[in-house]
Write a protein that binds this ligand. Sequence first.
Ligand SMILES: Cc1cc2nc3c(=O)[nH]c(=O)nc-3n(C[C@H](O)[C@H](O)[C@H](O)COP(=O)(O)OP(=O)(O)OC[C@H]3O[C@@H](n4cnc5c(N)ncnc54)[C@H](O)[C@@H]3O)c2cc1C
Ligand code: FES
Length: 295
Amino acid sequence: MAIEQSVSMATAKDSLFVAAADDAKASGRWTETVVAERAEVVLNRAVNAEYRHLVVRCGPVAASAVAGQFFQLLCPHPDGEQPFLRRPMSLYGADPAKGEVEFLYKVTGAGTRGLASLAAGDRLDMMGPLGKGFTLDPALRHIVAVGRGAGLATLAPLAKAARANGTAVTAIFSARRPDLMVSVDLFRSHGAEVITVTDSEGTSGPAHVERILRGLIAEARADAFFTCGSSRLMRVQQRLAAEFAIPGQVAMEQQMACGLGLCFCCVRDFHVGGEIVHRRVCWDGPVFDLMEALP
Ligand SMILES: Cc1cc2nc3c(=O)[nH]c(=O)nc-3n(C[C@H](O)[C@H](O)[C@H](O)COP(=O)(O)OP(=O)(O)OC[C@H]3O[C@@H](n4cnc5c(N)ncnc54)[C@H](O)[C@@H]3O)c2cc1C
Ligand code: FES
């Protein structure tokens, strides 16, 4: 009886919510900012031994995503595996005119193996755009993007946004080996200078990256830092940001469940105003002030 009552109360509450939402939509007071939809796969192909490029056709809300935001993807189940939760994936590109969004993902486990099985014409259940993305002040004349691993995918849409603002970009991209480097052509196609550093060539160490960054600062080519994918490189930028009063933003990665700010499984510590505060990466970020982030 109690269960029936609560079910009927929940149903009544849902109907009230839907009616209120319909009223708000009709009056023009509500605009959707997040949608769940079954987007159509346009292409899904390997770009190197680890990463794949996925393009989907979607509605206008998803296609309005901005750099640094992410989607929660319901990955298909590969044989014998069950990626139960949705997997977070950064926006790699968006084309509102074509109604498309792009992802660049590394195949690491069951979920991304499931994603790799999608073919053109298949449907992908995705929810987004989610989270707070990068803020690109048009007053910035020259920015530096520093990324490693999947962070190179997250930083990618900054190149197009910066060019639209007339902001010059220097990118320092780090990978294990040259053949695993991604996003380089995309940045160059938007006029950015790209400096690549790799473990195999012995150029990816923090000391070498710091020398490159100090050179850019000396040439007045570092009005702000944008970074993702490496705690070591983030710490280098935090030191230089403090020394030269350079603002910065970092996109943080964290294991997520809901992606909507509800489950608190993505909480990390941040250093704000002399205190340690806890924030949900999915809801308060994933992009945060560089100086507040803790590795
Ligand atoms: C906001 C956000 C944006 C992301 N954007 C991208 C992207 O653009 N491209 C991309 O390739 N990856 C991205 N990731 C990481 C991606 O979500 C994970 O690689 C993916 O969920 C792994 O799922 P899986 O089932 O294939 O592997 P699992 O079996 O779940 O995990 C495989 C391995 O990856 C690790 N892992 C899983 N999730 C994460 C995570 N969130 N952060 C760090 N390590 C993780 C696990 O600990 C494990 O070692 C992003 C993560 C977040 C939080
Ligand atoms: S993933 Fe649930 S609160 Fe962030």
